[in-house]
Write a protein that binds this ligand. Structure first.
Ligand code: F6R
Length: 610
């Protein structure tokens, strides 16, 4: 999510850090900062806004007399974009400075305990606990203090750490958040992403899970989480800068599809505590509030609206509160029945979509309580909502959303379970079991990517010349079909439509002819027989049929040309795994057609006009 770069060596460090951070600018950020060792003390310069603001503060880095430092570009998660929340963070007594990428899940408890010891905090971030833990644990042995600190942390983190007692070395740690080490004659580097250091060295190695690295100008020592030495083999990077930005993938969309297990983990895991209880930071709905709602509106645009369509099934099923899903552009002009007995759930990746923001304001003016699901901290929608839940998907660069959709969807489960729990509609044990299944979704998504990707690449080769495609499904399969169809059309320019499978024979079936591509989503067990009948109807008219279903439904092979099998999953969580091969189908088909996948024609990432 955030960008990290660190260097120690013979060169003046600040210009190197600024240059490295500039090479990560393409990912998006809201503030930047560096911490350098200068004459035995740690000097921190940081500022909200563009990197240029930081650069101007320190004369392009020339004003900092140092050869050791760490730098960071922040994409806000905990706490709005501001000077105080920018990294690096310094411990209370100025002994440690850190940069952090990831999410500390147990930061509230750590913060409370440090505050009870008299530590004061300067920011709202989860990260600031790290430098204060280091200061607390440091007794003259830097590596031991680092180990004690990381043993206390839960969550994901890549860290750069400097300590005021060491002018010649710094430490970096990797846990569930990527970090690389770069080696050169003139000094050594760490970075969250290869492009940050590519103009200085191509000799790198990837740190493994839990590894801790100590860097000096001419030596790099790597340890495992028990501080035992690890021997690493350096590799030579042959990618150019453009490929490096995409982690070696050809497109950001592909990279972002692959990032979904991590994004889902970061979004779900901190919301479920060790006792299996849901913790929705930023949501203050009481049982009385929820009991008072006569209806829920979910309002959004595009893919976020499709998340809402799945959300309707989930929330109604679990809470028995009626849910209406509305396109924001329609809601705002249709005189909706909204009052103070209405909860509005607003979904938006960017938090700036003009129609969604207008719908929010319309609802608010009529008395609704606004709960938003947003990916960009401090965005307009987040600022104007009563309750905000952030998806921690990280910056999404490809115009077509993938990881934002998936993380928004995971929020729907959490909200539904949260409300059902508050209302006392489900046994605690049942909720815990469902939460345990939700926690497995990131792994399942990883498995689906691995197992279905080669087949989907083949299918994309076979069908990339089609002119039309129809996506069918019933119940939640239909809601996912809507997103699957949008993914295909927006990036590949193939005309595509999604239909509730039972609706087909009321008109659209007249379009099916020899060779028409039909993708049938048939994961939903309760209605699979019905969906299979609809598949037979199109097959009989010459359609080429790809069926997506779970591995226990082998019977569909008789009525299809191809079957994409998914692992068996609780029906509730089916949409989360079903959407992933559909994103890949859209992507690989568009790639086969030579489309500009990351920037499809006529589309913008954030639609800030009506
Ligand atoms: C499609 C896509 C769009 C967005 C829509 C809403 O892949 O990305 O349909 O979902 O423009 O954008 P946000 O979520 O930023 O409000």
């Amino acid at each position: 999510m955030c960008g990290i770069v660190g260097y120690v060596g013979k060169e003046q460090v600040a210009p190197i850090l600024l240059d490295g951070l500039a090479r990560l600018e393409y990912r998006g950020y809201d503030s930047a900062g560096i911490a350098c060792m200068e004459n035995g003390t740690i000097r921190v310069n940081k500022a909200k806004g563009r990197l240029q603001v930081l650069s101007d503060m320190i004369d392009g880095g020339n004003a900092v007399a140092s050869t050791l430092g760490i730098g960071h570009t922040r994409w806000a998660t905990h706490g709005k974009p501001s000077d105080e929340n920018s990294h690096p963070h310094m411990s209370q007594n100025g002994k440690f400075a850190i940069v952090h990428n990831g999410i500390i899940e147990n930061y509230s408890e750590i913060k409370a305990s440090l505050m009870a010891d008299g530590v004061t905090f300067a920011s709202e971030t989860d990260s600031e606990v790290i430098c204060n833990l280091l200061e607390k644990f440091y007794e003259g042995d830097l590596l031991k203090a680092v180990k004690k600190t990381v043993d206390t942390l839960e969550g994901s983190y890549a860290l750069g750490i400097i300590c005021h007692e060491y002018e010649d070395r710094f430490i970096a740690v990797r846990h569930a958040s990527p970090l690389i080490v770069g080696l050169s004659e003139k000094g050594n580097f760490v970075a969250s992403d290869i492009p940050a250091i590519l103009s200085y060295t191509r000799k790198i190695y990837h740190l493994g899970e839990g590894e801790i690295v100590e860097l000096t100008g001419d030596k790099v020592r790597v340890f495992n989480s028990d501080l035992e030495p690890v021997i690493k083999q350096a590799e030579e990077i042959t990618w150019d800068v453009k490929s490096a930005e995409k982690d070696g993938y050809d497109y950001f969309m592909e990279k972002e599809i692959m990032e979904q297990p991590r994004a889902l983990h970061d979004t779900i895991s901190p919301r479920i505590d060790d006792n299996g209880e849901i913790v929705l930071d930023g949501v203050h709905l009481t049982r009385e509030d929820i009991e008072g709602y006569r209806r829920i509106y979910i309002t959004a645009c595009g893919s976020a609206y499709h998340v809402g369509m799945v959300g309707k099934y989930i929330i109604e099923k679990m809470t028995r509160i009626p849910v209406e899903v509305d396109l924001a552009s329609e809601f705002r002009y249709r005189d909706p029945i909204v009052d103070d007995k209405t909860l509005m759930i607003i979904i938006s990746q960017s938090g700036e979509t003009a129609d969604t923001l207008a719908a929010l304001r319309e609802g608010k003016q009529r008395g609704a309580r606004i709960l938003s699901i947003v990916n960009v901290v401090g965005s307009s929608i987040a600022n104007e909502s009563d309750d905000v839940l952030y998806t921690w998907a990280g910056p999404e660069i490809a115009v077509a959303t993938t990881k934002a959709y998936s993380t928004q969807l995971s929020m729907m489960y959490l909200i539904a379970l949260y409300m059902a729990d508050k209302l006392g509609l489900m046994e605690k044990e049942e909720i815990r079991t469902l939460l345990a299944s939700l926690m497995q979704v990131p792994e399942l998504v990883e498995q689906v990517i691995e197992t279905t990707r080669p087949q989907i690449m083949e299918l994309a080769k076979q069908y990339h010349q089609v002119e039309h495609a129809y996506y069918l499904g019933r119940n939640v399969d239909y809601a996912v079909a809507m997103e699957a169809s949008l993914k295909l059309k927006e990036v590949s320019y193939v005309h595509s439509e999604a239909y509730a499978a039972g609706e087909l024979k009321h008109g659209t079936i007249s379009l099916i002819e020899e060779g028409t591509l039909v993708v049938a989503l048939a994961g939903c067990h309760r209605v699979i027989e019905k969906t299979v009948s609809n598949i037979q109807e199109v097959k009989a008219r010459g359609a080429k049929v790809i069926v997506v279903t779970t591995e226990d439904n082998t019977g569909v092979e008789k009525v299809s040309d191809h079957v994409i099998y998914l692992p068996k999953v609780k029906e509730l969580f089916l949409p989360s795994v079903e959407v992933v091969p559909m994103q890949m189908l859209g992507f690989y088909l568009a790639k086969e057609r030579g489309c500009d996948v990351d920037k499809p024609r006529n589309l913008a990432k954030s639609v800030t006009v009506e």
